[in-house]
Design a protein around this ligand. Sequence first.
Ligand code: SAH
Length: 244
Amino acid sequence: MTNLLPEMAEIWQQTLNWQPTLQQQTQFQKLYELILEGNRQQNLTRIVEPQEFWEKHLWDSLRGIASLLSVNFSSASPALIDIGTGAGFPGIPVTITVPNCTITLLDSTRKKITFLDNILSELALTNAKTLVGRAEEIGQHPQHRRAYNIALIRAVGSASVCAEYTLPLLKQGGLAIIYRGNWTEDETAALQNAVNQLGGVIESIEQFTTPLSHSIRHCVYLRKISTTPVQFPRAIGIPSQKPL
Ligand code: SAH
């Protein structure tokens, strides 16, 4: 085995107060191998070195949902959606670690979704399904609009664009988690203006340092407090061309 992921049990414990089970560690390893293999077919990720993969794909994905790792969802399983999931981040690590949730992995690129279908079957993950489409269309679809408890989004667009993609999909009281690198006060002001129009509020903005490379990252948490007006999300391409 040349590409062995580090286990990092102590770091998981110290940073997220959580550790993967043996089965979850095996699934992480298998996911890593399938992505390395898939990278030969299509451009999935540039993050291929084991430590970097562990930090930027596994740890980062789970840092954003850290509060869910310790929740027992035995009674009501929450519905999650990962918008622009790409090679499956943060959605696949979340699927592996929060087995009581149901998750929809959305991406506009069919080739990526085909790759994810194979991942789900290879890892025997039955609590996730895939969906090909644009967030702008899915957000207007009666089957998906107001259907989710939690929406995840990483590296898809500016925070205002992410707000327009996520909030229409949430039930009232639902949570959007926007994964970001750097964050500035100007972005808070722009996002504030967007969420006001979309029926949300900025609940919190968390800054953290990644455990291996010590890079600064942020997670922005939006709460949906009222109905999103029907005109949102706007037509394909408009949210990114004319951000709120
Ligand atoms: N979330 C992943 C991938 C980010 S790359 C990660 O953090 O690693 C952005 C992905 O979003 C691409 O796979 C692209 O196909 C998808 N995407 C971009 N705009 C989209 C939209 N409007 N609706 C759905 N998917 C979109």
